[in-house]
Write a protein that binds this ligand. Structure first.
Ligand SMILES: NC(=O)c1ccc[n+]([C@@H]2O[C@H](COP(=O)([O-])OP(=O)(O)OC[C@H]3O[C@@H](n4cnc5c(N)ncnc54)[C@H](OP(=O)(O)O)[C@@H]3O)[C@@H](O)[C@H]2O)c1
Length: 248
């Protein structure tokens, strides 16, 4: 079997980091990116030594070029691309912030699209592309309209991208987490760790399975979509949310 290789954007924290650990454990050569020096340093210390950790901001096309070029030199080609770098900036119509609005779309929509475009020459025929969207893109959550719209914009591209990539046997699918226990979730739910813990307990109490998602729940779904078990699956969205959002 030829070497399996993966590039994970936003792989220095949360869902991306858990996916890096899982794919590495399953024999992939893995590269991850993050944008902050601190998270990159932490990921270098915490991820297995063989995982390539790069600092690269998906808002900058030149930075995407550099990261893709570095991965190309190290791996030669990619069998998996996990477009997962993302930010969440809660705001309402009354509390909107133009800079935060632009940042959310620059990372969650434009950054994903351009990373796919720039990485395309590296993708081997039959490769798998997975994109993190989120249950919020299709369900209501107060204050989430802008983040939801940025993820929903990419979700809307997926059917077209799937058909554009199909002649090379490349599949593209979205994974949509429900509330997942990550640094992003904790930061967005409370100013103090006890506020965040109380908000997470309230969310868990309303979930049909009685808990938030663990990062590993999402990582295992990404690993499935990356694998040959999903060889005939493209253009789809899988919600990993423990039944959240199903009730009328
Ligand atoms: N957690 C949830 O409940 C949930 C639910 C639905 C969807 N999601 C989506 O899942 C994805 C991952 O979220 P998470 O919860 O795992 O968050 P997280 O722990 O905050 O991780 C986000 C990752 O994205 C990276 N990133 C942010 N801005 C970037 C940029 N400009 N360039 C490159 N990398 C950047 C971060 O790097 P730095 O740390 O260096 O900034 C980090 O590695 C996001 O798209 C998020 O919207 C999360």
């Amino acid at each position: 079997m030829s070497a399996r290789t993966a590039l994970i954007t936003g792989g220095t924290s949360g869902i991306g980091k858990a996916t890096a650990e899982l794919l590495h454990a399953r024999g992939y050569r893995v590269a991850v990116t993050g944008q902050g020096a601190e998270s990159v340093a932490r990921a270098r210390a915490e991820l297995p030594d063989e995982v390539l950790v790069l600092q690269s901001d998906v808002r900058r096309l030149a930075a995407i070029d550099e990261a893709v070029s570095e991965v190309g030199q190290r791996f030669g080609s990619l069998t998996t691309l996990f477009l997962n770098a993302g930010v969440s900036r809660p705001m309402t119509l009354e509390t909107f912030d133009e800079a935060a609005y632009d940042e959310v779309f620059a990372v969650n929509t434009k950054g994903q699209f351009y990373t796919l475009a720039k990485a395309l020459p590296l993708l081997s025929d039959g490769a798998a592309v997975i994109v993190t969207v989120g249950i919020g893109a299709t369900r209501s959550l107060t204050g989430n309209s802008v983040t939801a719209g940025s993820h929903g914009a990419f979700l809307g591209m997926i059917p077209t991208l799937a058909l554009e990539l199909a002649p090379r046997g490349i599949r593209i699918n979205a994974v949509s987490p429900g509330f997942t226990d990550t640094p992003m979730t904790r930061a967005s739910l409370g100013r103090t760790s006890s506020d965040a813990a109380a908000a997470m307990a309230a969310i868990a109490a309303k979930n049909p399975f009685g808990r938030l998602a663990e990062t590993e729940d999402i990582a295992r779904t990404v690993a499935y979509l990356a694998s040959d078990d999903a060889a005939y699956v493209t253009g789809q969205e899988i919600l990993v949310a423990g039944g959240a959002g199903l009730a009328v």
